[in-house]
Design a protein around this ligand. Structure first.
Ligand code: GDP
Length: 300
């Protein structure tokens, strides 16, 4: 009988995964003893490891040291403690920002270590690359079937809707909500030209449940619809969803970050040719509805 534990269990992805146990902040995974206590208590046979210190462009630029330290400790502790406690299968989350900045597009799984990540988020990116290295080493030395997955920009209910260091989707939703309430201009960072790929959190949850039972390769697997949208077009969808009639301003004094990072999801499609991704319109509708209904209790 398998027993699945999810770290980051109250977060954006973790909250949507069907599992036996979900662990949130009750264990401090930066601390090895605490991590051991978690494994000793639940004795899982499978782990989906979603916990991490994550944020958008603002967070990555302003908290470089914290993003590096917290993530490298959390990953190192969780993977090592899983090994010591006999976990048979572990799925670790990386991110598309692990890819080199200067690389031929599209991004594919085999390219993650070929050059420096973008300078706006290199501490986070390197810490996540090390999770991939740790998994590779553990597979080779201990014969463990641990794997990693690379989701593109995830959004959905239970996200962190911080106005300073959130990811673009939750930040824009929160800002637009405020502009709507207060009749103020809606300020978007940058030129509006950068392109991003988005994946709905519930799709990621389904795919990670699939991965924990079915994905066994050494190389990571990209989770993305591989559909790019510009920030300008994203803003248009959000404005429509809120029925916002006010002014939209693109603040060019704020960073654009990486211009684009298109991915190739061929590997995922070869495993799951019929997987249906939630459309960005439907995902936005559900997320905005959830945000408004849960405004008081959302992480901000
Ligand atoms: P990234 O994908 O790792 O760069 O992180 P984000 O999810 O924060 O996306 C950043 C992109 O969204 C950049 O091109 C920003 O210029 C753009 N963007 C526009 N408005 C905002 C905003 O309010 N917050 C954030 N974080 N990004 C924004």
């Amino acid at each position: 009988m398998s027993k699945l534990l999810v770290t980051g269990g109250n977060g954006l992805v973790g909250s949507s995964i069907n599992s036996n146990y979900k662990v949130g902040r009750e264990y401090n995974l930066i601390n090895f003893e605490d991590t051991q206590k978690m494994f000793e208590k639940y004795k899982p046979t499978q782990v989906i490891h979603c916990a991490g210190k994550v944020g958008g462009l603002g967070g990555n630029i302003n908290y470089k040291g914290e993003y590096f330290y917290d993530n490298i400790m959390i990953n190192t502790n969780v993977i090592e403690s899983a090994r010591r406690n006999g976990v048979e299968k572990l799925v670790a989350f990386l991110s598309t920002c692990v890819f080199p900045d200067n690389i031929e597009y599209p991004l594919i799984e085999s390219k993650i270590h070929l050059g420096e990540p973008h300078n706006s988020n290199y501490p986070y990116a390197y810490s996540k690359r090390m999770a991939d290295i740790q998994i590779r080493a553990y597979r080779e030395q201990y014969g463990l079937n641990y794997v990693s997955v690379i989701p593109t920009n995830i959004y959905g209910p239970n996200d962190n809707f911080s106005l300073t260091h959130g990811h673009v989707m939750p930040m824009l939703i929160h800002k637009l909500y405020q502009s709507q309430q207060n009749n103020t201009d809606f300020i978007v960072w940058g030129s509006g030209k950068p392109l991003r790929e988005f994946i709905y959190s519930k799709d990621v949850a389904k795919l990670s449940e699939w991965a924990v039972n079915n994905y066994n390769e050494l190389e990571p697997i990209i989770f993305s619809p591989s559909y790019e949208i510009s920030m300008m077009d994203l803003v248009e969808l959000l404005v429509k969803e809120f029925n916002f009639k006010g002014k939209v301003i693109f603040d060019k004094t704020k960073p654009d970050g990486q211009y684009r990072k298109p991915s190739d999801n061929s590997k995922l499609k070869s495993y799951l040719p019929n997987f249906k991704f939630t459309s960005i319109e439907d995902g936005i509708k559900e997320t905005v509805t959830w945000f408004i209904e849960n405004y008081e209790n959302t992480r901000k």
